[in-house]
Design a binder for this molecule. Structure first.
Ligand SMILES: *Cc1c(COP(=O)(O)O)cnc(C)c1O
Length: 351
């Protein structure tokens, strides 16, 4: 339960991969990649999409489509883009990131509006020194905030302040499938809010590899050049894309099961140690809970057969996915409940 990245391809997925028609995708001739790109673009109501090896490359390319060197991208202070991507936007793209304070990953429209740096006079003049804001990146679901899904009204409020300023919206949608199932907002409804999206096939959807950048046809043409420049253009990659296509067709609706199991675990933990997690905060497949000492708890959990990740010295994460079933979640709940109830470094449970 360390992450939903640990899933392995199902037997049906492996068959689809083995049977995939392939071609040279650098020449634009892989029919399976083309089918995947068209299908995913359609799901989000966009013109085009491009297959990439990872979500990190997807975010990097998408944001560089929106922001040229010497400009900035705003992102929430706890986002994947500024936490887990080795500063790639700056290192590779020459683009500065500036963080916006968020509450569980959600930035308010007034907070964003106050941080936009755009020149109402179209540049030049006394403002030639200023770093111009080109884009705002949001993360849906938000991984470090126990998988919170954005509400449509929250996004529309951001569109209302960024669009008039000419600032584009990007979605780090590594788990946008989970967000859609959790919130009831359709993928196309989410898609409408963004100039670009990066979506992952290898998280809860269970494909072994791959993400897509979703955008307009014009932008995807530029994206293909950036992908090539980064060494991310691949040849007979339909073998891999077929796993993603299978995942998109068969593994989206079942995410509701992962969400129910995550909620069940959160309820068990909250029973064992009141206050360590609020089950109402667990909307999708990520359970983030407070402990006395993450390292000690991880070791005890491991001894009990449950693998977790620490996201801080006192905060631990458990993730449900395709390869965690009802029996396993019951076992994990029992093992972790016993450990958190005895978690000796913590003070008395809050009343
Ligand atoms: C996993 C993840 C990514 C991309 O990760 P890769 O390992 O590069 O595929 C991007 N954003 C979020 C929020 C993620 O959880």
């Amino acid at each position: 339960m360390r992450s939903d990245t640990v899933t392995k391809p199902t037997a049906d997925m492996r068959r689809a991969m083995a049977d995939a028609e392939v071609g040279d995708d650098v020449l634009g001739e892989d029919p399976t990649v083309i089918a995947l790109e068209q299908e995913v673009a359609g799901l989000f109501g966009h013109e085009a999409a491009m297959f990439v090896p990872s979500g990190t490359m997807g975010n990097n390319i998408a944001l560089r489509l929106l922001a040229e060197p010497g400009t900035e991208v705003l992102a929430d202070n706890d986002s994947h883009v500024v936490t887990y991507e080795v500063g790639g936007l700056a290192a590779i793209g020459g683009v500065q990131t500036r963080t916006v304070t968020s509450r569980r990953g959600v930035m308010s429209a007034p907070d964003v509006a106050a941080q936009l740096r755009v020149d109402p006079n179209g540049g030049g003049g006394s403002n030639y020194s200023r770093v111009e804001t080109r884009a705002l990146a949001i993360e849906n679901t938000h991984v470090r905030s126990s998988g919170r899904a954005w509400r449509l009204a929250e996004l529309e409020a951001l569109v209302a302040v960024t669009e008039p300023a000419g600032v584009a919206l990007h979605c780090d949608g590594a788990r946008i499938w989970n967000a859609s199932i959790a919130s009831g907002v359709g993928l196309a409804q989410y898609g409408r809010c963004f100039a670009t999206l990066s979506v992952c096939l290898s998280k809860g959807l269970g494909a072994p590899v791959g993400s897509l950048v979703v955008a307009s046809e014009d932008r995807i043409l530029v994206a293909r050049r950036l992908r090539r420049q980064m060494g991310g253009a691949m040849r007979q990659v339909g073998v891999i894309a077929a796993g993603g296509l299978h995942a998109v067709r068969h593994h989206i609706d079942r995410l509701a099961e992962d969400h129910a199991r995550a909620r069940a675990l959160a309820v068990a933990l909250a029973d064992a140690r009141p206050g360590c997690v609020d089950p109402a905060d667990v909307e999708s497949n990520i359970v983030v809970f407070e402990v006395g000492d993450s390292a000690a708890l991880l070791a005890e959990a491991r001894a009990g057969g449950v693998l977790l990740t620490a996201i801080s010295p006192t905060v631990v994460r458990a993730v449900t996915h395709l390869d965690v079933d009802d029996v396993q979640i019951a076992t994990a709940s029992a093992v972790l409940s016993r450990i958190v109830a005895a978690d000796s470094l913590r003070g008395p449970a809050p009343t």
